[in-house]
Design a protein around this ligand. Structure first.
Ligand SMILES: [Zn+2]
Length: 406
């Protein structure tokens, strides 16, 4: 199968964007957390202006927005992608390779191979071009394939009828959706939106977790062992008692599908003070609320057991389930998406996402935002790969949505 001119443009854009190192950095508190994300935002802003975008704005957080006024009535559509690549301890510099998959394991480099025995889905792309890593980094199809697809669609939009379109490219998605949460949503004034930030074949996602975090601070009473009896209150042992109050079968490693969990992320303690951090996840809003209530009840119980300790619990919501924002008035965002995917020749595959996306936040802010496949596989891994035909299918889905031809 030979690459089409669209495929050539997608590949060229992907390589250009991948060449800008833009890994986010969870250890930094400023947004963006790395300079490369601002460099990439500036590059994209210049291209958006050349493509006819208006109101092209990059703010202090490196959130980039632009509008493409349309000539069709109908909903104003938003398209959102993130500028950062994830830090999983691999190189922040990305050197993609374009290879043709001949059925044999693909040698990536750095001792890594992409083996069809390990990833049977590769068999669907026999004889086709695949973009993969050089074994030192992730590929960053999460989410630069999305940037390339959106930009390619915008570059062809001059010849097509379309409604008003607004794009938002935001930093620091991989570290708690910090970028999109910094975005002034008056610049993303749309009726419905799409993120392109999902792996798999023709995958769409509009069910995500409700997500929260509990930080429990336990302050004990330190004492020298010679005079500790009846005096010392050990916050580490209190933390142990506290986490033992949670069901050990409701953890990430014991659950799947729509099953929620509480994940003990860290226990960070010394003689005087211990901090326990819990991640709370559930697709069901009611059960999510119950999990938070359970944590508060556990804190109360432990406080009663250790009245001389000081225990403070702080619970924050991080994002919500997209499905909870959908109803009769805005179900069209999902219906249109299914139709758009079908127009590319394949049925959409809804994924119950055990995670969240920028759309999980946007949806809680009143913008229903399902998630669309990028065409990539094995996100956050040196084994990440992007079959060009799947990349093009993602593009064609976006194109169908933008031009309302599905
Ligand atoms: Zn992503």
């Amino acid at each position: 199968m030979e690459a089409t001119s669209i495929a050539h443009e997608l590949i060229a854009r992907f390589f250009r964007y991948a060449a800008v190192s833009s890994q986010s950095d969870a250890s930094r508190s400023s947004v963006p957390t790395s300079d490369g994300q601002r460099v990439l935002a500036r590059m994209l802003a210049g291209e958006l202006r050349e493509l006819g975008g208006v109101d092209v704005v990059i703010d202090d957080f490196a959130c980039l927005t632009a509008r493409f006024p349309g000539n069709l009535p109908g909903p104003t559509l938003g398209f959102c992608a993130h500028l950062d690549t994830v830090d999983v301890g691999l190189s922040p510099v990305i050197h993609p390779q374009l290879v043709r998959f001949a059925g044999q394991p693909i040698t990536l480099g750095n001792g890594h191979v992409l083996d069809p025995q390990q990833y049977p889905v590769l068999g669907d792309y026999l004889g086709e071009e695949i973009i993969c890593t050089d074994g030192t980094s992730v590929l960053g199809s999460d989410d630069k394939a999305a940037l390339a697809s959106i930009m390619t669609a915008l570059s062809n939009l001059g010849h097509a009828d379309h409604p008003d379109i607004v794009v938002a490219f935001v930093p620091d998605e991989e570290i708690g959706l910090r970028g999109v949460k910094s975005l002034d949503l008056s610049r993303f004034d749309v009726d419905g939106a799409y993120t392109i930030d999902c792996e798999g074949q023709a995958t769409i996602a509009y069910e995500t977790f409700n997500a929260g975090q509990a930080v429990v601070e336990i302050v004990g009473v330190p004492a020298h062992p010679m005079s500790a009896k009846g005096v010392l209150i050990n916050p580490n042992l209190i933390a142990h008692d506290f986490i033992s109050l949670f069901d050990r079968s409701q953890t990430p490693e014991c659950t799947e599908g729509r099953e929620g969990y509480i994940w003990v992320q860290s226990i960070d303690g010394n003689q005087a003070r211990t901090i326990v951090t819990l991640n709370i996840r559930d697709h069901n809003k009611q059960k999510f609320a119950e999990r938070k209530a359970h944590i508060r009840a556990a804190v109360t119980e432990i406080q009663q057991r250790y009245p001389r300790a000081q225990i403070v619990c702080d619970i924050t919501d991080i994002y919500g389930n997209i499905a909870d924002s959908l109803g009769p008035d805005n179900q069209w965002v999902v219906d249109d998406l299914r139709a758009a995917v079908a127009s590319t020749g394949r049925e959409a595959r809804p994924l119950i996402m055990r995670g969240g996306t920028d759309g999980s936040y946007l949806s809680t802010q009143g913008i229903p935002t399902p998630n669309i496949f990028t065409g990539g596989f094995n996100f956050h891994s040196v084994h990440e790969f992007l079959p060009v035909s799947e990349f093009e299918r993602s593009y064609r889905t976006i194109w169908a949505l933008m031009t309302r031809e599905f």
